[in-house]
Write a protein that binds this ligand. Structure first.
Ligand code: PEP
Ligand code: CO
Length: 462
């Protein structure tokens, strides 16, 4: 059996209501949509996209849903992560490789800590559109439309750059296709070799100022691999130790783009949004009666919903009713992002009420989006300790309520950026400017992401 994947149960067929079509979100209130200056140009771009091949296949999205069904029951654990916003400028084979590499390294540590398969989902190959708290941005008394992600406009603080340009949607599709192509090659072609990924982890432990703390667990993994070899398992050559399943996800924000890539599965007649395996709806667009939820209610991909501190059980019931009326396990992931200050107050009753109603969900924790603030130097940042503490409370609440902590959701990168404060290398306020490269929210860097995996492994064992 592949240690990085797991056998899944057959997937139920789910009928989409006859009243739904990929375009039936049109006419409903759609939050966070760009003000496209030329709607004719937008519709032409969407028509081009509608004629392109799907980026992912229905069967793959269905398989992910089955793996998430295991996560909903505590038989697997979801690791979802990647950039806050992918960009055209930061597109390179090395950056994609390094992002995959850090996720694979985290996954091995978590596999060992949780003693269960890790479902690996990237915020990648499509994460190009951003909801914004404000429609405008003001710098030195100049006010311009906000940056909404490379799918919409440019990050440069210049009025031309901030005009929404629908040709960007085609570039998003093309970059996503190239990214997926590389991911498929890396995950099948030997890059994901279990022993190699473990060696990278040993190198991380050796170089980390917190090395002693993590070396015991790394050593246990080494011994587990030696044990397999001693039992006659050919860890070095058995193909199951060389390949991994890796899925893609992004926020389904630009509904025209998502609609254009939605296709009917020729085998089953079910609709799938073929822009990614998993889609989620954000904290700002999760209105149960809004356009985003309407769109996602008809596709059979697994979907996520971000839940901030204001979320209540009635909203969750309404969302579950629309997004998973047949209560298919694995279909709906609730991604809580309460913030360290509110999680202990908000999470327990929500978890309890949803459990009492018997609604099957994967509970995932996004410890990033409730913990963002602006540093003294003016950089948007997050504290490593806040992220860790929200995770700790997430696990404690589920233990206390007898529910299943099913996964985690991070903004991270494989590079040594300085965007989040703290970690073993103690990034301080004054260090943020050294390598602050994100186009939107601050990401964990390579070392911070791995440290988090080691500390989560300790939590999962406990
Ligand atoms: C995000 O995931 O980048 C995001 C904007 O999250 P949220 O909707 O939870 O604020
Ligand atoms: Co973000």
């Amino acid at each position: 059996m592949n240690p990085m994947t797991t056998a899944a149960t057959p997937s139920p067929h789910v009928d989409t209501p006859a009243s739904w079509s990929p375009g039936s979100w049109r006419g409903l209130p759609a939050a966070q949509q760009p003000d496209w200056p030329d709607t004719g140009a937008l519709e032409s771009a969407l028509q081009v996209l509608a004629g392109q091949p799907p980026l992912v296949f229905a069967g793959e999205a269905r398989a992910l849903r089955e793996h998430l069904a295991l996560a909903s029951r505590g038989e697997a654990f979801l690791l979802q992560g990647g950039d806050c916003a992918e960009t055209f400028a930061a597109f390179s084979a090395d950056a994609i490789r390094d992002k995959l590499k850090v996720l694979l390294q985290m996954a091995i540590v978590l596999t060992y800590g949780a003693q269960m398969p890790i479902v690996k989902v990237g915020r990648i190959a499509g994460q190009f559109a951003k909801p914004r708290s404000s429609d405008t941005e003001t710098v030195d008394r100049v006010t311009l439309p906000a940056y909404r992600g490379d799918a919409v406009n440019g990050l440069d603080f210049a009025s031309e750059a901030r005009v929404p340009d629908p040709d960007r949607l085609i570039r998003v599709y093309n970059q996503s296709a190239a990214t997926l192509n590389l991911l498929r090659a890396f995950t099948r072609g030997g890059f994901a070799d279990l022993e190699k990924v473990h060696v990278w982890n040993q190198e991380f432990v050796a170089a980390s100022p917190q090395g002693q703390r993590y070396s015991a667990l790394a050593e246990e993994i080494t011994r587990a691999l030696r044990f397999l070899t001693a039992c006659g398992v050919d860890v070095a050559n058995d193909p199951t130790f060389h390949t991994v399943d890796f899925w893609t996800s992004h926020e389904a924000l630009l509904l025209g783009y998502e609609e254009a890539l939605t296709r009917q599965d020729s085998l089953t007649g079910e609709w799938f949004d073929c822009s990614a395996h998993m889609l989620w709806v954000g904290e700002r667009t999760r209105d149960p009666d809004g356009a985003h939820v309407r769109f996602l209610s008809g596709v059979q991909n697994p979907v996520g919903v971000k839940l901030g501190p204001s979320a209540n059980v009635d909203e969750v019931v309404a969302l579950a009713q629309r997004l998973n009326p047949e209560r298919v396990p694995g279909k709906l992931t609730l991604i809580t992002r309460m913030g360290v200050g509110q999680v202990a107050d908000r999470l327990p009753s929500l978890v309890r009420d949803v459990a009492d109603l018997g609604i099957p969900v994967v509970w995932s924790c996004d410890p990033m989006h409730g913990n963002t603030f602006t540093s003294n130097g003016g950089y948007k940042t997050r504290r490593f300790t806040d992220i860790l503490d929200e995770l700790r409370v997430f696990f404690a609440v589920h233990a206390q309520e007898g529910t299943t902590p099913g996964g985690v959701h991070f903004e991270l990168t494989g590079e040594d950026v300085t965007e989040c404060l703290g970690g073993a290398h103690e990034i301080a306020d004054l260090d943020l400017s050294t390598r602050y490269e994100t186009a939107c929210d601050p990401r964990l860097n390579n070392g911070q992401a791995l440290e988090l995996a080691f500390q989560m492994a300790e939590m999962l064992r406990a």
